[in-house]
Design a protein. Sequence first.
Lengths: 246, 246
Amino acid sequence: MPKHERKIQMDFYVYVDTVVLTVNPDREIAPKDRLEVLVMRRPDASSNRWALPGGAVKEGEPLEDTALRKVHEETGISLRHKDLHQVGAYGDPGRDSRWRAFSIAYLALLPHPGEIAPIKHSVEARFMPYRQLQASRVLEFDHHRIIADARARAFSMLEDTPIAVSFCQPKFTMSDLRMVYEAFLQDEVDAANFRRKVELTKNFVQPLGVMSSDQPTPGRPPMLYRAGRAKEITPPIRFRSSPRKD
Amino acid sequence: MPKHERKIQMDFYVYVDTVVLTVNPDREIAPKDRLEVLVMRRPDASSNRWALPGGAVKEGEPLEDTALRKVHEETGISLRHKDLHQVGAYGDPGRDSRWRAFSIAYLALLPHPGEIAPIKHSVEARFMPYRQLQASRVLEFDHHRIIADARARAFSMLEDTPIAVSFCQPKFTMSDLRMVYEAFLQDEVDAANFRRKVELTKNFVQPLGVMSSDQPTPGRPPMLYRAGRAKEITPPIRFRSSPRKD
DNA sequence: GCAAAAGTGTTGGCGCTACACCCATGG
DNA sequence: CCATGGGTGTAGCGCCAACACTTTTGC
């Protein structure tokens, strides 16, 4: 690593970009379109150009602090350290046409805010469906690749950590939790088997005897759960894709 | 990301460090101790201090090129782009006591060189057992954490890509391949089930005629295989840890 | 009002597949 | 002694059906 060499990298920039993912619980929406990404539009940017929240690392500032700071500055959303997971580093020459720019990408998981978060900042920020973003390539730089990598990493974390509850409200139903997996799997999951797998995993969720008396919805009132204290899922929750028709 | 702001990051350094992993096929060695890491000792470093090969990114140089270049310069080993996989970025203030240093870590998988590679460079380089490195903390900076992350990433890649063959010679036996998994699993694997799982995966390996006519070893001569052309393993090869005694 | 229908959550069961463990055979 | 192949019991799970509990609809 660092030998005692001269400082020759004065034109290098180090940024942090954060992919804030959420799952829209609206049952009207198709499972594939429930996954949403927080994006922003810069004041000076051309219309129809969106970007991930992010910015330059300050001197003496840990990378995760940069992520939290820029997301708050640019979208008004306050994340916590425990919500952040590193996705990777992006540093190809030419990914930024102006200068050599490195970006360390983070992933954050957030319960869905009921409405588009009221953002009173100079920049416009909102959640947009992941699939729509990938279909119409409106993101700057290599941010399409970054959000794709972030989604893949989030899905693998769903399999062997209880992180899916991060997308849910403090009290949630089994269907809420299942819809998180469906959003990332981009497919439906058998409700019966899902329940069994979750309940057999010690400390994944904790039942709260009560029924949800929210809005009167049709159907049997669901049981409510809250997050357990498990840090990992053993055995991992996997969903086989093999018996699908090929 | 990059706004039009002044250049304020002149004291930031961007490095690439590479974790070259290999599996020692020596049957005398316990499975847990077969995993080895390529480390080097700097000429000016105090004795007993080792580090991963790596160095600063040059202007206009892709990150992976930096990895290949520094590994070659410092250890004489020539890697290929396809051997490289990114592990992550490390940028905590204070990880380098001299200045703010970011390091992007890569992972490379290499067949075991029969002998410690004869390195005729100014720096001393060699493979050392992973477990021994982690037990005696002789690595510089946060390289202990980096090699731990690299090992975890390699293991997850073993499960759903045919990358294990990267650790083997061009022609290998089923036992050679199985020992790769055992090295990362830190446990033994049933030979019969392993064979079936591998053979049922299309294009994972390709059987050659027969017989290793190497050294006459005790036991029945094994079949020889070479790498298939599959890019991923479906379904993934998993090894359950549940029915072990707890 | 009341009954039927429709919608959602929950439980149970059948059958297949994967695999851990064991054993037989071959070189 | 190691490689290879076969066999068996069991756990996980995909799939389906039944049942529970509610709101909505029809008369």
